[in-house]
Ligand binder design. Structure first.
Ligand SMILES: [Zn+2]
Length: 182
């Protein structure tokens, strides 16, 4: 039996009665267990909240974990052991970008260097380059990029890393590698 419908009806009825009994914020505070219920009609709201909130959190955690597991399994053995094409084999491996070249690069590259080197590393170029390479290297060895060939992997990781690192540098003024090594 699907319990969603009766639960929604009960919650709806409860909500209407509770709103008529007291102010909406009182209902909310009783439902989320911030305040003890002060009215007899608020007791069911408090009880339902006590029962539902762990269920919602548990359901969300379960969803996240299931998602992680399914992604880890998503690489089929067919793609895993596929032979590389001749062109892919003959091309030399790519290099992680040198950030000093970004200084006179495109607007997006200059913006990234400004956030990453000036804001997050206080103009310490050597340290910024080192932490950039550490972050790109570690991200490249994660499961998400395992099915790509090495050039595509490097390209995608660098573009994703630029987005993530620029946002953290701009919003919090910090570098993830510095934080982790502190
Ligand atoms: Zn750093």
């Amino acid at each position: 039996m699907d319990w969603g419908l009766p639960m929604a009806v009960c919650l709806g009825a409860l909500y209407v009665f509770a709103v008529r009994a007291e102010s909406p914020s009182g209902v909310y505070r009783a439902f989320t267990l911030i305040d003890a219920p002060r009215h007899v009609l608020l007791w069911p709201a408090s009880l339902v909240g006590w029962l539902l909130v762990p269920a919602i959190i548990g359901g969300f955690a379960g969803h996240v974990i299931a998602e992680r597991i399914s992604r880890a399994k998503s690489i089929s053995t067919h793609t895993l052991f596929r032979q590389r094409k001749l062109r892919q084999r003959l091309r030399p491996p790519g290099l992680i970008d040198d950030l000093s070249a970004y200084f006179h690069g495109t607007v997006a590259q200059q913006d990234f260097v400004d956030a990453w080197v000036r804001v997050a590393h206080r103009n310490d170029w050597v340290r910024a380059q080192d932490h950039w390479e550490v972050f790109v290297r570690d991200t490249m060895s994660t499961q998400q990029y395992a099915h790509l060939d090495r050039h595509e992997c490097l390209r995608q990781v660098q573009s994703a890393a630029k987005m993530v690192l620029r946002v953290t540098a701009r919003s919090c003024g910090l570098c993830l590698v510095c934080e982790r090594r502190r």
